[in-house]
Design a binder for this molecule. Sequence first.
Ligand code: 5GP
Length: 205
Amino acid sequence: MSKGRLIVISGFSGSGKGTVVSELVKKYDYSLSISATTRAPREGEVDGREYYFKTDEEFKSLIDYNGLIEWAQYVDNYYGTPRKFVEDEIKAGKNVILEIEVQGAMSIKAQYPDALLIFISTKDVETLHGRLVNRGSETEDVIKKRMKRAAEESQSMDNYEYVVINDELEECVDTIHYIVVSESCKKENKGELISNIKNQLSKWA
Ligand code: 5GP
């Protein structure tokens, strides 16, 4: 069985990437890595569904026993990707989505060079700010911190292979899926198939 691929999806807080990712999972059956975080759950979030919610001590011990493939501090909290799930899913041939911020994305690319890095953006900054304000779950101080972080993250957009605008949800979801499909058709990712076909056809030459 061929190995699955890591699909790293990053985007500004407020870009709507969470919704995009859950639609990708629903519509196209991607596997989704659930991160560990020290952030408090937002209303409606469930432990083990949106995140594994951890204390600082629990998070540190995850780092200590090498249980995370990457982790980063974002605004005032820690976030990290549990190792076992990702490694098992890739071995089982599943394409796994990691919805993570830019430092984590760079760390994944360094460890897994064939990971596909996709950045989701709003079409402009007003839309981004408006979405954060309308979400209503964050204080003004947190919104400011997230905008500041977005300014920093915009510096890393060039390191992503693809930038997709989330203006219309369905279109954004389909575009990302088509990117993954076309990537899988690249000749670099078809090495085994190409050599099998060449071998088999050599009998006919
Ligand atoms: P939020 O608090 O809005 O759920 O997430 C804040 C940021 O942390 C988002 O940019 C999200 O993509 C990122 N994030 C979530 N999980 C992880 C993770 O496991 N690792 C890293 N590096 N970032 C994460």
